[in-house]
Ligand binder design. Structure first.
Ligand code: BGC
Length: 761
């Protein structure tokens, strides 16, 4: 009988559902109060089946992700294994951080199954607005509910260690505190729908190059203060249903095989109560993974099943470990709507979510420069340059992509806001596109997009064309576009750096329009940090639009026309050069595509191991992002926390009081300009007389005002637990608080301190 179940059930959901076969013993049906009874009634085969997903059948086709989910929710990433005789249904997992990723089409259906492409994680973090991120999470979770998905594989909360990481767009920030707050809000939003989130990729998955085998070598202090901190905060504040382990090794051991990482710290120290699932095909040794407390192996392989079974039978894997993970899978199943035999509409309110994505994207866009040009009120005929002006990018590639019904381009967005898109400039672009039709063809499907990122060639109009545009149009907008994603890191040339043609485009458009007395705005429709220092003096305004989801063009137009006063601030530093980042010395810079395979990475003998590919030494330790730039006193292009508004804010006063274990901070901010706006107040803490090596300052609190009318003031209240000023003491292996004086700085960016107070602890 056991054999029968194994043979019929190991690979597909369908066969499993057919398991109530003649002769099968029916057992207790799973309910909230009989988990122990159900576990005791399970055969070893059933237990092991529950520890691995249902495998993958196909991965080819429009937008189809891996995972045998076609019969349930096409294009979802994976499922757990159902056991009908015990009343255990399958729960379904689907990506991802910018909205639900499922296939938009299904065979035999004459309707579509689109989801909303929300703004990417980096943009959401740029809003510094926890409430807004929670709202977006609620809407994403609602789409999961309506499409019958039980867990969203997101948010992505890895630290943006270096600008070249291909997946930075999915992640929030170079700072762990901002990451922790944003991640908490996203999880709370998603899970308010009774669907789960999967916080990923735990831990230290900061590069795509050779991610399946790369060994991240990181100090304990950097792990605790930088790479773990966000996860620790999210676990403490929102107790997510699930966490996804990462592909990479950490200090020699695959994270998913490390009991220290998956159990001792995550559960023992932080109190995580949920389930850990592997990243897809992540890790090597299924037995070690279960032994470590990585409860579920996705999408699930036959060889994992066999290995676990053998190890239990020969006693190398105690059955208690299997039972502990089985229990967590059952607890996840019990929390899910699947237990309630939920029906779902397959019709989320995509219209309402489009409204939400439009305004949430505008909230996270960042005004980097404005000499009074924006808002572009009087100028109604705008000439658009740069191919992405006509072909706006809504989000990055890979698991963070969404199959949305449409993307509003900048052209459409401007037209919707009553601008006239200059016909001469448009014609120039259309001719260029027609002449390069092949290069403008978008790869279809996730894998194709991962293998062949879409980068249509840029076009530099001739001087005659430019002067014609400059005489006809009232202003110019140049869009610089960048995309990146899973499976490949970025490179410096023509990616971090602008290409020659882009540099020339900015120079020549600025020359033509300026000599005609007209303004030029640069819009950055990018997935990650680029070089700006060399060209930022030329245009009159720069708007960092990131990748704003499917309504991106409308959101940008809302800012350009002044309907929305920008209030986003940078969640990372824009350095002058790539080499200024301490991590660049130890980061893969050749953009080598990752081998897409399902067997994990190939490990080479030690002597052949390649620096930054097989192993990456995080030599910079805790000096990631502004912690490094401040420590070295380096100039930056734009600092962490920076962002302009169409109005100005005065910081009137700050009160700081320590009561018990809490530092209470009140900051009064006043809108001293002449239009309503919002300000993000950041609290950085310094320890001037420190006895240890520590950052010059660290972000420990922040708050965003509501829309303040002109002359309106508000007092923002923030709190910092005293323990949050501790550092990780490697000698004692514990958090240690230095006593004495600390400086509390209220700032509008990490380089613009407005008010300071000393406290003594
Ligand atoms: C990605 C994960 C994703 C999973 C399922 C993996 O390749 O790293 O982020 O959730 O696929 O699609």
């Amino acid at each position: 009988m056991k054999k029968y179940i194994f043979l019929t059930c190991v690979s597909t959901v369908l066969l499993i559902s057919g398991c109530s076969k003649p002769g099968e013993v029916s057992g207790p049906k799973l309910s909230a109060d009989n988990i122990d009874e159900v576990i005791s009634a399970m055969t070893l085969d059933e237990k092991i089946l529950l520890l691995k997903g249902t495998g993958m059948k196909s991965m080819i086709g429009m937008g189809t992700a891996v995972g045998d989910t076609d019969k349930d929710v096409k294009g979802a990433a994976g499922t757990t294994t159902p056991i009908p005789r015990l009343g255990i249904p399958a729960v379904i997992f689907a990506d991802g951080p910018a909205g639900l990723r499922i296939s938009p089409e299904r065979k035999g259906k004459d309707r579509t199954f689109y989801c909303t492409a929300f703004p990417v994680g980096t943009l959401l973090a740029s809003s510094w607005d926890a409430g807004l991120v929670e709202e977006v999470g609620k809407a994403m979770g609602n789409e999961a509910v309506e499409y019958g998905v039980d867990v969203i594989l997101g948010p992505g909360v890895n630290i943006q260690r270096n600008p070249l990481c291909g997946r930075n767009y999915e992640y929030y920030s170079e700072d762990p505190f901002l990451t922790g707050i944003m991640g908490t809000s996203m999880v709370n939003g998603i899970e308010s729908n009774q669907v789960g989130a999967s916080v990923k990729h735990y831990l230290a998955n900061n590069q795509e190059t050779n991610r399946n085998a790369n060994n991240a070598i990181v100090s304990q202090r950097a792990l605790r203060e930088i790479y773990m901190k966000g996860y620790e905060m999210i676990v403490g504040n929102s107790q997510p249903w699930t966490i996804m382990s990462s592909y990479n090794k950490l200090n020699g051991t695959y994270t998913s095989e490390s009991r220290e990482v998956m159990t001792d710290i995550l559960r023992g120290e932080w109190g995580f109560e949920g389930l850990v699932m592997s990243d897809w095909f992540g890790g090597k040794d299924a037995v070690a993974q279960i032994g470590a407390g990585n409860d579920l192996l996705e999408p699930g392989l036959k060889r994992q099943y066999k290995a676990i079974k053998k190890a239990v039978e020969n006693g190398t894997l105690p059955v208690e470990y299997v039972d502990a993970s089985v229990r967590r899978v059952l607890e996840l199943v019990l929390k899910s709507r699947k237990m309630e035999n939920n029906s779902y509409s397959n019709n989320p309110d995509l219209k309402a979510h489009a409204v939400l994505t439009r305004w949430s994207a505008a909230e996270g866009m960042i005004l980097l420069k404005n000499d009074g040009t924006l808002p572009l009120t009087g100028n109604k005929n705008v000439a658009l340059f740069g191919v992405t002006s006509y072909d706006f990018i809504s989000g990055g590639t890979g698991a963070g992509d969404v199959n949305e019904a449409y993307t509003i381009s900048l052209v459409q967005g401007l037209q919707n806001s009553d601008y006239t898109v200059n016909a001469v400039a448009k014609e120039i672009f259309e001719k260029h596109k027609a002449e390069n039709i092949k290069a403008f063809k978008k790869p279809k499907g996730t894998l194709a997009a991962m293998r062949n990122p879409y980068h249509p060639p840029e076009y530099l109009p001739a001087p005659g064309q430019l002067s014609e545009c400059a005489s006809e149009a009232d202003a110019a907008i140049i869009t610089i576009g960048r995309n990146s994603g899973e499976a490949q890191d970025r490179v410096e040339k023509d990616d971090f750096l602008l290409s020659d043609i882009e540099q020339n485009l900015i120079s020549t458009v600025c020359e033509s329009f300026h000599s005609a007395g007209k303004k030029v705005v640069v819009v950055l429709n990018i997935a990650g940090v680029i070089e700006i220092a060399s060209w930022k003096a030329k245009p009159d305004a720069i708007l960092l639009a990131w990748q704003g989801g499917q309504e991106g063009g409308n959101s940008v137009a809302d800012i350009l026309c002044g309907k929305v006063n920008p209030s986003g601030k940078l969640p990372m530093t824009f350095p002058v050069t790539l080499a200024d980042h301490a991590s660049t010395e130890n980061f893969p810079t050749d953009g080598r595509p990752m081998k897409l395979g399902f067997t994990g990475g190939k490990e080479k003998p030690e002597a052949e191991q390649e620096h930054n590919v097989d192993y990456t030494i995080y030599e910079e330790g805790i000096y990631v992002g502004y912690r490094h730039f401040d420590k070295k006193g380096l100039d930056v292009s734009y600092p962490f926390g920076y962002g302009l508004s169409f109005t100005q804010f005065v910081y009137d006063k700050m009160d700081v009081e320590v009561t018990g274990d809490t530092i209470n901070i009140n900051v009064t901010v006043n809108n001293s300009g002449n239009i309503p706006g919002k300000e993000i107040v950041q609290i950085y803490v310094s320890k001037p007389d420190t006895q240890i090596d520590r950052p010059v300052q660290e972000l420990k609190a922040f708050a965003k005002t509501p829309l303040l009318g002109t002359g309106e003031a508000i007092t923002l209240t923030m709190q910092i637990p005293v323990s949050e000023l501790s550092y990780w003491n490697e000698v004692k292996s514990e958090w240690t608080l230095e006593t004495g004086a600390y400086t509390i700085n209220a700032a509008s960016s990490s380089r613009e301190i407005r008010l300071s107070e000393e406290i003594s602890l």
